[in-house]
Design a protein around this ligand. Sequence first.
Ligand SMILES: [Zn+2]
Length: 275
Amino acid sequence: MTAARRLMVVAAHPDDESMGFGGVLARYASEGAGTFLVTATRGERGRYFGHLAGSAEHPGRAALSSIRERELRAAAAVLGVGHVAVLDYRDQQIDQVAVNDGVPAIVEQIRRARPHVVLTFAPDGAYGHTDHIAISQLTTAAIVAATDASYDAGRDLGRPHVVSKLYHLAWNARAWAAYEAAFRKLVFTVDGVERQATPWPDWAVTTVIDTRQWWPAVWRAVSCHESQVSAYAALQGLGPDQREAPWGSLSFYRVFSLVNAGRQRESDLFEGIDS
Ligand SMILES: [Zn+2]
């Protein structure tokens, strides 16, 4: 039943789909799975070719929002993603979205796409990013609510759907080292406290997907985000081995599964679903 496989990624910003999940989106799309991407914001608070918002060279948030949505859709097309939904949340403010807005919006996407497998960020937000943490929480709540017709309370969010497996992105120390060597050290400051990349211990990783064959597609997808070029300029100087390093395989933590369990490490997100 390979053709019937359905995979959904719920991300926070344009570029999360390529930098974080690109390898699995490209791989499963190329293998014929239905692939669905939900991106919560348009990343309008980002820089523009390195220029800060408010500077003469920055086009302003409204324009950047359109530019980044275009880049997102171009990247998704390169990855072969079948369907892209952009929610209308403000960049760097997802943690202020009311659950009564944020959860139903994702419930609707889940019920429409009817994925077997959902991927999102872990509660560590990859490097403590508040948007990543918030989207992880909203997505988890939405998976629960999507199963329950009584959740709708007069809204029409679609027919209830049971997601079979939920995964969190779980990069280990090696993957983070490769990523930060290729790009930059990730630091996110919240209320005066510095947060950094939080590598997962290898023993906690439940699932490793071989995406080596797809790193060139991921690289092309990352390159679609050209307005964010300052963050990606480093890539230009890297050799193939270094470009492959962050994306040769992707690691996940299986948060729950209705179809399989146990300590054995998975090599396929759909393990237990096809059989
Ligand atoms: Zn992000």
